[in-house]
Write a protein that binds this ligand. Structure first.
Ligand code: HEC
Ligand code: HEC
Length: 459
């Protein structure tokens, strides 16, 4: 660097107003100040080309101002590390000032301070490009929801979400490149797959049904039907390795990602301080999943006073929330399917299996994880948001329709010692049941199902 600066020594000594080394330092300092001031201060500085959809990209939800800078989709990844236009403007104007100032001695002056200045600016530019920090992504905070717990070592960033989104929809993560996360978590079906039991690679089947991933960022009591995974970061690596799901091995995945034309750059942008590895892959997938929010159903709009239930929906609401007793029957649903998530995140036995002994469940559920016999047959209370889109129902998809589910609860569930007391014969009439279903219908959020950010980025 100093050698380069001294290239200017051939000029007349007395004209050398600023020694090259000092000039370089000043240049570095000035450029640094400018870079700090101007780096990503405007829309142009967004490292990604904007999705055509602009601001709707944002996760729509009440009480949470969506990101207006819509800085997602890496449709032109090749340009992502270019210095921001703001930065270039400053660089240019600095040189222009120097140029004008030194015009009588154009030849010499250009060689001295400006050259070192330029050098300094280039150094900072390079530094800036290599170390540019990912842009924070606003934490989803819909009205009425608890705050989303985000691990301090994996804050949401646009770049991380973008990478997670690319990975989520990419079948190269599975051994035979046929299955992506989205094969079983299809955004059009509220991130489920419409099957009782999911199909993995080569048509292999697991044992359980794929749950919806909308609002999954709020599942702070563990994910999976049995809560066995403490975080989305930990969870993400399971399907990749699971021989019944994506059946892959990390070494193969890493090699494919390294050979892929986009991923090296996407990883560098999302995690500039870490390499492409299992942890960063899991972090990116977790980040994307934390942006999957559903809070714009008719139920939510009624809550916000924007619209009203029909009389039938209103009656169903009253049955669901036990709000009209003794005139309207109680169905006890909201003890477990508590709003706004429509799950209290706890585990319960809702009476799917008759078992005279606690050792007698076909799938032990929580019990297998906790080792406590009393937890056998308990499963995580699933959300009821978008429930009419996610048939068949229950952890093993055994109930095909919502009518069957209501009938199950109406009959009071099957006996087991740990059957939850809130599951009891309800004596709902046909009309009560239909009203309840009409209410459940209001939990469908079509804006979440059509949010372009929940689908693969357009190339
Ligand atoms: C072959 C189908 C399949 C694939 C592929 C798949 N999943 Fe799943 N996913 C499931 C099933 C089935 C479950 C429930 C398993 C259980 O609870 O034991 C599940 C559960 C989850 C959960 C927990 C949800 C909850 O409510 O607790 C998350 C999160 C998740 N998957 C994310 C992913 C991600 C990320 C990928 C891609 C890396 C992925 N899945 C790939 C079928 C699949
Ligand atoms: C004691 C708590 C509890 C009560 C009360 C309860 N549920 Fe559930 N619900 C659960 C659990 C736990 C599951 C998952 C069980 C499983 O798959 O093994 C579930 C599953 C469901 C499902 C299937 C969800 C899916 O994604 O597959 C629906 C629908 C449902 N409940 C609706 C209702 C309705 C309607 C009521 C009121 C009539 C109700 N529940 C009352 C705990 C409860």
């Amino acid at each position: 660097m100093f050698r380069l600066g001294s290239l200017t020594n051939y000029q007349d000594d007395h004209r050398q107003v600023t020694p090259p080394v000092r000039g370089t330092f000043i240049g570095v300092f000035l450029a640094y100040c400018m870079a700090v001031l101007f780096h990503r201060t405007d829309d142009d500085a967004c490292p990604f080309a904007k999705d055509a959809e602009g601001a709707v990209l944002a996760v729509r939800s009440a009480g949470w101002v969506p990101p207006t800078r819509g800085c997602y989709a890496p449709s032109t990844p090749a340009t992502t590390n270019a210095p921001s236009p703001g930065f270039l403007k400053v660089l240019f104007s600095l040189l222009q000032i120097k140029w004008r100032f030194s015009s009588p001695h154009l030849h010499f002056q250009f060689q001295t301070p400006s050259f070192s200045l330029l050098l300094g600016v280039l150094i900072v530019g390079l530094f800036n490009a290599c170390t540019s920090k990912p842009t924070p992504f606003p934490t989803p905070s819909p009205e009425g929801f608890v705050e989303m717990e985000i691990p301090s070592d994996n804050p949401l960033t646009y770049e991380g979400v973008t990478l997670g989104r690319a990975l989520f929809f990419d079948p190269i993560l599975s051994l035979d490149s046929t299955i992506s996360c989205a094969s079983c978590h299809n955004p059009a079906l509220a991130f489920t797959d419409g099957r009782a039991i999911s199909n993995g690679i080569a048509g292999r089947t697991g044992q359980r049904s794929a749950p919806s991933l909308l609002n999954i960022g709020y599942h702070y009591k563990g994910v999976f039907w049995d809560g066995r995974s403490p975080s989305l970061e930990e969870q993400a690596l399971h399907p990749l390795n699971d021989s019944l799901e994506m059946g892959n091995h990390w070494e193969i995945i890493q090699e494919r990602l390294l050979l892929h034309p986009d991923y090296s750059k996407l990883f560098r942008l999302a995690f500039p301080d870490a390499s492409m590895n299992k942890a960063t892959t899991a972090k990116a997938l977790a980040q994307f999943q934390r942006t999957l929010i559903s809070t714009d159903s008719k139920f939510d709009r009624v809550q916000r006073g924007e619209t009203q239930f029909t009389p039938q929906e209103q009656r169903g609401w009253t049955i669901f929330f036990d709000a009209g007793y003794p005139d309207v029957p109680m169905a006890e649903c909201s003890h477990c399917h508590t709003d706004p998530l429509f799950t209290n995140l706890n585990f319960a036995n809702n009476g799917l299996n008759e078992s005279l002994s606690l050792d007698d469940f076909p799938d032990e559920g929580l019990g297998r994880i906790s080792g406590n016999k009393f937890d056998n047959g308990k499963f995580r209370v699933p959300t009821l948001r978008n429930i009419l889109l996610t048939a068949p129902y229950m952890h093993d998809g055994r109930l095909e329709s919502i009518e069957e589910v209501i009938q199950h609860y109406n009959e009071g569930g099957l006996y087991a010692e740990n059957l939850d007391p809130n599951v009891r014969p309800l004596h709902l009439s046909d009309k009560d049941q239909q009203d309840l279903i009409a209410f459940l219908q209001t939990l469908t959020d079509s804006s979440a199902l059509t949010n372009p950010m929940y689908y693969p980025a357009k190339k």
